[in-house]
Design a protein. Structure first.
Length: 380
């Protein structure tokens, strides 16, 4: 460790949520240290779609997502990573999917969700038109390169005065102290933002909240499309996953139809979506399989489904897979966030569903404000 072992804030975990806490603490002029057991950012913050999916959230998650949008744009300027105000498209290939989109657009209004007839969605997207009935565009969403954004933020924070301790494990906690594999770090406030590793550091909290590990099938591929995919793309499967659609009257009928029509997909808990990357590749995903400890062996069937559905949606003859991986993030049955203070001054902050990139910057700002007061102190 460096000569400085006392900080105003210590953050355990260098994923996007931990980096967000460091960013907001630094903005207040606080001294900050970040520790992580790995030698680089290697978890859920680089294994995802890079999709800042603001509009499809609801409740407090939507509040965090909306609040975080300006901070994503600010960080992209400061840290120099690629960001796109691309919005998100939704393609409807069945009348019940279009019914969900219509109800959603009616509730949110045209500034947040614009319904598109069949001819306009086909003009916007390089998809096969054989089953398309219409779609929707959500202009407020953002997109980043998931491999580059969080590492760029970490480099900028490091250059801005945040102390990073890589390959350093948190071993235990007490009021004002983090015991690590390289010695003690002292701070008035500690944030533990280690995603599913909460069950290793605070097992009672994890068990009480029913914390699980959700593992995903993910692909990077190239497809011979007639035009580039302009933005992240949702399908009907996405509409039964995101909470912004969950309580709409039409959603239950859509979910029932998908379960009946695709009975053999039920165990995969599919979200068929696509996220174009700056290099021309497309990220395809994903499945959701929840266990206390993620099974290390991944069935090829999930990848087969993703490829098969991509061929059907885009009408292509070939999907060239360049990478495949198993993403893992924390999941809890009844909530999207785990926020506790198990020890005075030690705060667990974890997103317990796959919206950490979307909500993390807003959630961290809320936690920093809650602890240090809503009025930010002048920066040093």
């Amino acid at each position: 460790m460096t000569h400085q072992r006392r900080h105003d804030v210590v953050v355990v975990g260098a994923g996007i949520l931990g980096l967000a806490h460091a960013y907001h603490a630094l903005d207040r002029g606080l001294s900050v240290a970040v520790i992580d057991h790995a030698d680089r950012i290697a978890g859920a913050s680089v294994q995802n779609f890079g999709h800042i999916c603001i509009t499809a959230q609801s409740g407090v998650a939507r509040d965090y997502a909306l609040a975080g949008r300006e901070h994503w744009l600010d960080l992209s300027r400061k840290a120099g990573f690629w960001i796109s105000e691309s919005g998100t498209y939704c393609v409807a290939r069945h009348d019940d999917e279009m019914a969900v989109l219509a109800e959603f657009a009616d509730r949110r209004g045209p500034a947040a969700a614009k319904l598109l007839p069949r001819d306009r969605i086909l003009a916007a997207l390089p998809v096969s038109g054989s089953r398309v009935v219409g779609g929707m565009y959500m202009p407020g969403d953002l997109q980043v390169d998931p491999r580059g954004a969080a590492p760029a933020v970490a480099r900028w924070l490091d250059a801005s005065g945040v102390d990073f301790f890589w390959r350093t494990a948190a071993l235990g906690f007490g009021p004002g102290v983090v015991h690590t594999s390289r010695g003690d770090l002292h701070a008035g406030t500690v944030f533990v933002t280690v995603n599913h590793d909460i069950d290793r550091l605070f097992p009672e909290s994890a068990e009480r909240r029913g914390l699980l590990q959700c593992r995903l099938h993910m692909l990077r591929a190239r497809m011979p499309l007639p035009a580039p995919l302009p933005a992240p793309l949702f399908t009907g499967w996405s509409l039964v996953r995101y909470r912004g659609f969950a309580n709409l009257p039409a959603t239950a009928a859509l979910a029932a139809r998908l379960r009946e029509e695709y009975l053999d997909y039920a165990d995969l808990d599919l979200n068929q979506m696509y996220s174009p990357q700056p290099d021309g590749s497309i990220l395809l995903g994903d499945t959701h399989i929840r266990e206390v400890s993620a099974e290390p062996f991944q069935s090829e069937r999930g990848f087969d489904v993703l490829i098969h559905e991509a061929v059907a949606l885009f009408g292509v003859s070939d999907v060239t897979v360049t990478e495949r991986w198993q993403g893992v993030y924390s999941s809890a049955p009844d909530s999207e966030f785990l926020i506790e203070e198990p020890i005075d001054g030690v705060h667990i902050v974890t997103v317990t569903t796959g919206i950490g990139m979307t909500t993390g910057l807003g959630l961290a700002k809320d936690r920093i404000d809650h602890i240090f007061g809503r009025e930010a102190a002048p920066a040093n």
